[in-house]
Design a protein around this ligand. Structure first.
Ligand SMILES: [Ca+2]
Length: 402
């Protein structure tokens, strides 16, 4: 049973937040910056000198709670019969049908490595799901000493998951449970795109083209490598589509603009939105607008020849997770705007677009860490919220204009 609560976020209601560090699940962040357990209240004197946050949103929103009591709900996916699946990072898949959360998780979820930031991440229905029942899943797999991002395909018949088939293992295996990436997107070319993080302590590998760290990967739906992938040079992995990323937890294909948008956590500052181009290098850790959690410079460069500049960056960090491009009927003025969840800032950020350019930004305070954001088939905006420590208080919220 699910209670449906309604609350209201009024324009101009909310609080000033001093910067938190980027993904405050990050153990490096916790150790270095001494953040409070809730995230989003960092108190570094360095951060206080930096730019103020985006202005409060001008549109009054209604917030409907579709599900409550979730543990780190990581992603939201929509199915043709109206079912919404929400992953819980410890490895459960929960179904919301007819506005209510089902008590029993969906059977057949994969075995995951659920330590640190690891666990079950995205579920992506195949574009022909209504005919073939195929889904793709991303998750952390392995042990504390040897783990990696894994992508699998499976059958979801509406009741249970079966026929799990692993189609990709990020390589090589790494230690500790940080910076997996894990967002899945279907491209207009019928290819599967997904993000892989750089493992936090392996940042130099974001520039090592023989590894899948810090990358966007492009595959055929059976896991084979397309023959028209970009060439990253001798010895490079053929599945690489772009490199030089840190921890990308946002990926969205924008059909109207034909742009693949990505965002990623910086360290302390330097969160980025990027336009992903084949064969491009997005710079981490050679160039960044952030610094390390202990205040040290990671690199002297904010720009570096041969690396891409971000479309937009946040210093101080908002800790972005979840990315959607708004297209729908409910938010008339928001067509084509970018919606970004923020963990540290506990808000939904709206990047206002005019054509292909940013025309402003506003944020809607949710008050809890926003882990995912999607636009539903009904034109409403759906977000998940989570407790950083994993308390079972996560929610699936449906946002509409008041
Ligand atoms: Ca970059």
């Amino acid at each position: 049973m699910t209670l449906t609560l309604r609350q209201t976020i009024l324009a101009g209601c909310a609080a000033l937040f001093i910067a938190g560090c980027s993904d405050s699940n990050d153990a490096v962040a916790s150790a270095g910056a001494g953040l409070p357990p809730g995230g989003g209240g960092g108190d570094s004197s360095l951060q206080k000198k930096l730019a103020p946050d985006a202005p409060e949103g001008q549109l009054a929103l209604s917030v409907e709670t579709l599900a409550d009591g979730l543990v780190n709900p990581w992603s939201i996916s929509f199915f043709p019969d109206g079912t919404i699946l929400v992953t819980e990072r410890p490895g459960r898949i929960r179904a919301v049908r007819n506005g209510a959360l089902e008590a029993e998780p969906i059977a057949g979820a994969p075995e995951v490595f659920a330590e640190g930031q690891g666990g079950l991440f995205d579920i992506l229905p195949h574009p022909d799901y209504a005919q073939n029942n195929v889904i793709f899943m991303s998750y952390a797999y392995g042990s504390e000493d040897a783990n990696h991002l894994r992508v699998a395909r499976a059958i979801f018949d509406g009741e249970a998951i079966s026929n799990l088939e692993v189609i990709y293992d990020a390589k090589p295996p790494k230690e500790a449970g940080y910076h997996f990436g894990g967002r899945l997107v279907w491209g207009p070319d019928d290819k599967l795109y997904f993000t892989v993080g750089e493992g936090s302590r392996y940042k130099e590998k974001a520039q090592d083209m023989t590894t899948s760290y810090g990358a966007v990967i492009r595959l055929n739906e059976d896991g084979s490598v397309p023959d028209d992938n970009p060439d990253f040079g001798p010895g490079a992995l053929p599945e690489l589509y772009s490199k030089g990323h840190r921890n990308p937890q946002g990926l969205a294909y924008d059909g109207a603009r034909d742009i693949l948008w990505e965002h990623e956590h910086g360290a302390m500052g330097g969160d980025e939105i990027n336009i992903i181009k084949p064969g491009a290098n997005y710079g981490w850790p050679i160039s960044t607008y952030g610094i390390d959690y202990n205040g040290a410079r990671i690199t002297p460069f904010t720009e570096y020849e041969g690396t891409e500049q971000p479309f937009k960056y946040w210093t101080p960090s908002i800790a972005p997770s979840g990315l959607a491009v708004y297209r729908g009927d409910l938010f008339g003025d928001w067509q084509g705007d970018l919606l970004v969840g923020a963990l540290a800032r506990t808000a939904l950020h709206r990047v206002i677009m005019e054509g292909d350019k940013e025309a402003g930004e506003e944020r809607y305070l949710i008050g809890e860490r926003v882990r995912d954001v999607r636009v539903g088939p009904d034109g409403a905006i759906y977000v998940t919220t989570e407790d950083r420590g994993g308390a079972p208080v996560g929610k699936l919220l449906r946002l509409t204009p008041q």
